[in-house]
Design a protein around this ligand. Structure first.
Ligand code: FES
Ligand code: FES
Length: 179
């Protein structure tokens, strides 16, 4: 089999129908960054360890580095570029994007697109009822700058959760890796 054989695929990408010809070994992450020009999605580890590449696939969060583009033919992909609403010449940030700014929830910003897409998926899942839930369910998204308290605060703000434990500096005990 020719490894360079091209396979036509169609994606609903950030609300637009897009067509690509890709080799079978191209990941969704590389398609987004290298062929669709959507470099908001970041490549960190490239093997499912850091969450920097998190996007929404049919509304569910996935690591784009772990899925092949050809597997997603006909599916809907939303990246960080697709979260803000653009109507005419007016744009409006997604509530999570606004909260990340308001809560100062990033430093270098490299993890931020993945954090925000993951948080959007988390909210859609409807499982996070407490700060501890947020920490646990966001634990697949690493931040080398250690902005975890602010990230959790931003997500909690959008979920309208009680963040008083963060304000009081209480230790937040869960199985989360976010320390
Ligand atoms: S780049 Fe995909 S999980 Fe790290
Ligand atoms: S803000 Fe730098 S890695 Fe998270």
């Amino acid at each position: 089999m020719d490894p360079h054989q091209q396979h036509p695929i169609r994606l609903r990408l950030n609300g637009q129908d897009r067509e690509f010809d890709v080799e079978s070994w191209v990941t969704l992450l590389d398609l987004l960054r290298e062929r669709a020009g959507l470099t908001g999605t970041k490549k960190g580890c490239d093997h499912g360890q850091c969450g920097a590449c998190t996007v929404l696939l049919d509304g569910r969060r996935v690591n784009a580095c772990l899925t092949l583009a050809v597997m997603q033919d006909g599916h809907e992909v939303t990246t960080i570029e697709g979260l803000a609403r653009n109507e005419g010449d007016r744009g409006e940030l997604h509530p999570l994007q606004q909260a990340f700014i308001a809560c100062d929830a990033f430093q270098c910003g490299y993890c931020t697109p993945g954090q925000i897409c993951s948080a959007a998926g988390l909210i859609a899942e409807g499982q996070a009822k407490t700060i501890a839930d947020v920490r646990e369910l966001m634990s697949g998204n690493l931040c080398r700058c250690g902005a975890y308290p602010q990230i959790v605060r931003a997500v909690a703000q959008v979920l309208e959760l009680d963040a008083s434990a963060l304000d009081e500096g209480k230790p937040l005990t869960t199985g989360s890796v976010l320390a």
